[in-house]
Design a protein around this ligand. Sequence first.
Ligand code: G1P
Ligand code: ZN
Length: 543
Amino acid sequence: MSIHRIQTEPIDGQKPGTSGLRKKTRIFMGPHYLENFIQAIFDGIGGAQGKTFVLGGDGRYFNDRAAQVMLRMAAANGAKKVIVGQNAILSTPAASNLIRLRQTDGGVILSASHNPGGPDEDFGVKFNTPNGGPAPEGVTAKIYEATKTIREYSILDAQDVDLSTVGTTKLGEMEVEVVDPVADYQALMEKLFDFDKIRDLFASGFRIRFDAMHAVTGPYASAILEGALGAPSGSVVNAVPSPDFGGGHPDPNPIWAKDLVDRMMADDAPDFGAASDGDGDRNMILGKGVYVTPSDSLAVLAAQARLAPAYKDGLKGVARSMPTSRAVDRVAASLGIDCYETPTGWKFFGNLLDAGRATICGEESAGTGSDHVREKDGLWAVLFWLNILAETRKSVAELMADHWRNFGRNYYSRHDYEAVDATAAEGLMQALREKLAELPGTTHAGRTVEAADEFAYDDPVDGSRSEGQGVRVSFEGGGRIVFRLSGTGTEGATLRVYLEDVEEDPARMDAETDTALAPMIAAANELAGISERTGRSGPDVRT
Ligand code: G1P
Ligand code: ZN
């Protein structure tokens, strides 16, 4: 087996976004594209010599091929060892756990998360640092720099490694350890939650429907929910991961998981419904007849955390991404703990978790997690909810009603305008920026603006500053609109409009979300001229 040094040229646009480098699969399959980026990762972190990495992915189209390339390149770059999930499969939280558990020098995750998979869909590669979390901006900047100066990459000339069998083999001088993707993750969940209590809940006739959306959580959910916890067989549906996610969009929200939502709204609905995304880090939570927004889920988990063994001593603090509703802020205030507001993207939670400033974190985009790993974790959120339901023996609807009565209700919705002309989207944001200073005191759709700014974050742990993280407009009475452009899209620009309004009168906590948010929706249009600038009469997706 010989090491080849392949001449290459920098390729434009290999800039990691909100969550790694995400592009159309065919772009990744193009000449040198993947290889350049993998080499840039190694170069950006000071080389791979003598290092140990974790490798896995969500099983989407090209996952298997990309894994073999990464292995051959790691070997050629002098890595000591790669720990890889069987068949190159690892959910994102399971990869994060393995990186931490085995104290590796980081890991490469092959995933485009909730984006669809297939030759004409999306692929992605991200690097996680030794703490198990997504590379922070300082690291992704170095990787990006390396993509701009690359002249050659190293790759071993070798046959494919057999990744179908658990065990250790060699690739050149490098060790390749193939591990069961589920075992270590399951052991961690058993430590965090009261599995006996949850088993009792299922034994009492409690019914769950978990939709794995043909994606990576299938094997995890089957082993844990049906295997270890005794949920009736068939509780986990769409459990076999497929390279194109069954032709669907593995995004657990009311649009893409409509089948689950419909079943949960039916008369004979199970007690609990949940879904996860392509790589297993997102979650959607439903009860019989009720959809729990991710922002509310975060708030409920924070409020009830002590019911789970892992959090019985209370939380050090909580953190949410800026556009996430401020429901959790109210919980934090009542618990007397800190609540951090960070830019969008899980990487911004890493320092807070590492420094012990926050225990639970969440994003409105169906991401919730804690300091047990350094990624958001879909199945963790499901088990946390089950633990709470097992302890309280209340229904999800009852828990939500109690929560809103105690803390008030933050009505919340996100409107996405997808594949908008990039120049038009930039223009919209720029026009908003230019009028921020004049907004306070003005009235829109009958509501008065209290404050308006463009969000910038000063990391309290390492002092780094992240600017341009979205425009936020707050109204008197607790309403808020946030505008930002997506950092994960692969086509044009995606405008995200985040709408929130607070209701403290228990008599008005059962409204339809769109009705409750009508003034904010109208104000958003008025402020940003969304229809005129994008040419769209309404959002493509409302979550
Ligand atoms: C989106 C979500 C964000 C999440 C990210 C990765 O990023 O909004 O909360 O962390 O996906 O899953 P965006 O496309 O908005 O940049
Ligand atoms: Zn994901």
